[in-house]
Design a protein around this ligand. Sequence first.
Ligand code: C2E
Ligand code: MG
Ligand code: MG
Length: 574
Amino acid sequence: MSLWEKYLRNRTKQEILLDRASSANHYSVWGMIVLVVLYVAATIALRTSSASEGVFFIGHSPIPYRSVTGAFSAVCNLCLILMIVLYKKPGYIVAVTLTIAQMPGIIVSMFHQRYTSISGFVTNVVIFITISVLYTFVSRSAKYLKKIRSQATTDRLTGLPNRFAVSELMRYLIQKKETFALVVIKFNNFDKVNNTMGQQAGDKALVQIANRLKSISEEGSSGTTDFAATRKGNDFLLIVREFSSEDQLRKTVDFYSDAMKKEFIIENCSFSLSTCIGYSTYPTDATEEETVFDYAYTAMNEAKKTDNTGFICRFSKDMLKDDNSVEIERQIRSALDKDEVHYQLQPQYDTSHKLRGFEALARIRDDKGKSISPVDFIPIAEKAGLVEKIDHNVLFAATKFVGDIVKKTKSDLVLSVNASVRHLLQNGFVDEIKSALKTSGLPANQLEVEITESIMIDSVEKALDCIKQISKLGVRIAIDDFGTGYSSLSYLNTFPADVIKVDRSFIINMNSSETSKQYVAAIIAIGHVMDFKVIAEGVEESDQVETLKNIGCDYIQGFYWGKPLEPEEAAKLV
Ligand code: C2E
Ligand code: MG
Ligand code: MG
């Protein structure tokens, strides 16, 4: 047992570990050894210089050795002060030992009638009194600090360390590069205890849970070295260390899970609680404290999703999909708040390569400035009720930009904007279109609204009315991603569409599969029968352009003739 552990022997393992993790006891035994060696060296130098009659030279000036005894004495005192201030009680014991150890020599020398030693005796007594007073003050302030620290790191109700303590310990372990697992234990039906037995009984149950966790971790009965803590309410945390394999870690988690399943007895009533447990590990899953924490919660939430009570989930990367959605939703909100939703314009050409117009495609960037694909953020924005705002921003910004170009150039280019069905079904959609046309000055027949075929079919009745209204304004309607939904001729017939956009998936296979080619040709033919224009999406190769020309496609949109461009770049094409 080290000196420190002896000193801390009356305390629980948890407290010892926390103390180590905090910066309060951060000074190593080596620091103490250095101070002792420095003290002994300065004392020897002090004695030697005070007894010497000689001189040394700095330049041409003679300096008596005796005159530097004050400097050595100052070094000795500094060492003693540092021992006490940095090492508290052990430092004081060492300082007192060093001071007293010199006394027998001084006393013997006094008995040999060397009265000069009297000053040495008095100095040592004064030092002894000074360091004792210093220690009293240092230990008193350390006690206050400890009390404040303990209040900041302990949960009042259960007496367990809190989230702050867990973070501190995790950072300490990460600094030492020590493998550990963070386990989150949540009780599913805890509200029932509060509701049926009252808040006080609930509190007692939490204390019992805490005691159970504490005694397992203190006894080490799980087979690993564990640290029990609480976060808030009925969320409990464990830091599991010193496991040799994933199996052993799982056994520890099972052990706690089983312990939590045992009955609790509160106010003569016995009841059981069920848990959801999730855990993640450092460094396998994550290398930063916050991430280890988040992943353990992700795993716990995954366990919660299963109907199986008492389920335990180990974190895996697959679980991040949902987390990713949360992150993307946050980024969408942030982009909307900062007015940073922007758009690019992808050119559309006729088959003779004459510019027809542009499709406005929404863009947002993540915190690092990387562009997030609308394929990822539009579905999340739809679920979060944010797609209307994105559509609105793109609609107003793009109509204004293209409206200005049209005013300047008098060109007849068409601007296509995508509209989500959610947005379309909103009461104010038609007014929004009117307002965008008015503020931008873009002629109605030069605006095209793209509606995705598959979604449109689901809400056709409700959507139809709205589409008819915007169509009456003169705005064009395009059916996007045509062919991917349940295309039905009857709905095409009733729909006031002007354009159909053949989905990229058919264009990709067109030249390798005769069926795909015939399929595209059939869509184009039907479109023409119904008096629609047809745009092929996702055209990437010259062969595809040739085939599309041959089968009568009207317009081409794709990387081959033009990738989505920043508006200023797109303007140069006009
Ligand atoms: P979309 O309306 O079918 O747009 C065409 C998508 O295909 C665009 O992807 C475009 O960049 C991409 N694309 C075009 N040509 C090629 C090509 O040759 N090869 C390949 N591999 N891709 C090509 P983007 O910009 O990622 O947009 C994806 C979808 O997100 C859009 O599909 C649209 O449904 C939706 N979206 C984009 N902007 C908005 C918006 O402002 N509002 C709403 N509601 N949805 C939007
Ligand atoms: Mg589109
Ligand atoms: Mg499309």
